[in-house]
Write a protein that binds this ligand. Structure first.
Ligand SMILES: Cc1ncc(COP(=O)(O)O)c(C=O)c1O
Length: 510
């Protein structure tokens, strides 16, 4: 016997029979043996979460998870389970106190919605039903269709539009551009890929456009250079002469322009591109008009922004988020395509086990998996349906209008203090400013001071604005998509920024 065939020291002695493997049980449910515990625990969770929402203002806006939390979230998974009550206690201790902070009234970072109670219940109810909204004859598809109809009306889209709920604006922009490209290039793109195309494609968006459009260019296989960033005017809106010149130059150089992206509220300063004029350029040039309305498309329903956003309805496709200014709990984004058949043609596919039948679950006329890359999809529409029905369209419009008024209030407050500098016009809900005492002129020192102010605001729990760079200068950025903010929260922010900035220790020694 050579070493390759010698029994391992731990194996049964030669000739002995191996211990029989126990036959798998014929039934092993993951249900509890006693539902009473889960009923009790579920009631307690709801009580705790209602207290959590109602008490948000009394807690720090943000706090950092400590080393103890990090350690307890790096443990190996045990083979055996533990009681649901003890798991929940760990959640309360190690997880619940450390959210992003966006349920708090003084959270104004990035562009992140506050959430709604009904939306949170919706996630629970959807998970309880555990629908897979891939298609077929099921209520999940009907609810999604209903919600898409309401959203389409807010955008001014016709009833023949098609839509899809997605995880967020990045996915919605990616799929919108995918539809645009597939429409422009024709069916060979789907079968043969980009190598079927004799020339390179290009699309256009302002220099203020969200970087998810760069990711889109990469993910579509076009390469980042396929997105040509067009200059903006002094108010950070796409410049039409620059757009027209870019398209003409690219055609002359052999590129194939296929799409222009208009911004319905930019992430940096809240600018709204001249959407009607971009639509006209697209019409003349035979280009797809896509709107990145992640923040602003739905603000079309506010009286303040309707004039600037009305032309969203002219877009061929619109990407927008419901987890931003509609406050639906994460994740919730949407793509709408004005001519529904183009959306369907862009993603239609077949396979035997998903083919529609004349009855049963596999019937039904809406198959969301035919409208995008995902097959399995959660019941995202339920939280949207519950929230929209509970609040009605008007409450959402009023909450957005209040945020717009709050941004204007903040700009007015800044104007009262010589040591606060507004860094860009604020046409919507995003305000950029910095603390700028007269004695300090060096940009590097101003940046160091404002970075420290921002970090202290976060780490003290006072409030969570974010930061930005305008013309190369570091700014404190306040993006108000928060239905809990009150004017006094912004007044407190101004006071706190000045207090932190004016401390003797705050001014860098020169
Ligand atoms: C203008 C804009 N577009 C797209 C996105 C990406 O959206 P999401 O974070 O939902 O993927 C954002 C995110 O803030 C945004 O502000």
């Amino acid at each position: 016997m050579n070493s390759a065939t010698a029994p391992h020291p731990d194996s049964p002695a030669a000739g002995a029979l191996p211990a029989p493997t126990p036959a798998p049980a014929l039934h092993r449910t993951l249900d509890p043996s006693d539902w009473a515990t889960h009923r009790r625990l579920g009631h307690r969770m709801i009580d705790d979460m209602v207290d959590f929402w109602a008490g948000a203002r009394s807690r720090p806006t943000w706090q950092k998870p400590g080393d103890d939390v990090r350690a307890s979230l790096r443990t190996p998974l045990a083979a055996g389970g533990q009681s649901p009550e003890s798991v929940y206690e760990e959640f309360r201790r190690d997880i619940l106190p450390y959210p992003t902070g966006n349920i708090h009234p003084r959270f104004w970072s990035h562009v992140i919605g506050t959430g709604t109670a009904m939306g949170a219940f919706g996630d629970f109810l959807a998970a309880s039903m555990n629908c897979n909204v891939f298609g077929g004859e099921q209520v999940g598809s009907l609810v999604e269709n209903q919600v898409l109809g309401w959203l389409g009306e807010m955008l001014g889209f016709p009833a023949t539009a098609s839509g899809l709920l997605l995880s967020g604006g990045s996915m919605a922009n990616l799929l919108g551009l995918c539809v645009a490209l597939r429409c422009h290039a024709g069916p060979a793109l789907r079968t043969e890929g980009l190598c079927s195309q004799p020339r390179r494609f290009r699309f256009y968006a302002s220099t203020e456009t969200h970087n998810c459009l760069d990711k889109t260019a990469e993910l579509l296989g076009l390469g980042r250079s396929a997105l040509r960033h067009v200059a903006v005017d002094q108010d950070f809106r796409l410049s039409l002469p620059a757009l027209e010149q870019a398209i003409a130059e690219d055609r002359a150089a052999g590129w194939v322009p296929f799409c222009v992206v208009g911004n319905a509220i930019t992430v940096g300063t809240g600018a709204i591109d001249p959407l009607a004029e971009i639509a006209a350029v697209c019409g003349r040039e035979g280009l797809w008009f896509h709107v990145d309305g992640a923040i602003g498309a739905l603000a079309r329903i506010t009286p303040e922004l309707h004039p600037a956003l009305d032309a969203v309805r002219l877009a061929d496709s619109v990407a927008f988020d419901l987890h931003k200014w509609l406050h639906i709990p994460y994740e919730s984004g949407c793509l709408m395509v004005r001519e529904g058949h183009r959306h369907r043609e862009a993603f239609a596919n077949t396979t035997a086990y998903l083919a529609a039948l004349e009855g049963g679950l596999s019937s039904g006329d809406r198959w969301p998996n035919q409208l995008g890359p995902e097959l399995s999809r959660g019941f995202k529409a339920l939280k949207v349906w519950l929230s929209l029905k509970e609040q009605g369209r008007q409450a959402f419009a009023e909450a957005m209008s209040a945020n717009l008024a709050q941004a204007a209030h903040l700009v007015a407050l800044l104007g009262r203090h010589a040591d606060l500098e507004l860094m860009a016009t604020a046409p919507a809900n995003i305000v950029n400013f910095r603390f700028h005492p007269a004695a300090l002129t060096a940009e590097s020192e101003l940046e160091a001071l404002n970075r420290r102010i921002l970090i202290e605001l976060h780490e003290s729990g006072h409030s969570v604005p974010s930061h930005n760079r305008i013309h190369g200068r570091f700014t404190l950025r306040v993006a108000i998509t928060n239905h809990r903010t009150r004017p006094e929260d912004l007044e407190s922010l101004v006071e706190e920024v000045r207090r932190l900035g004016q401390r003797p220790s705050a001014v860098p020694i020169r």
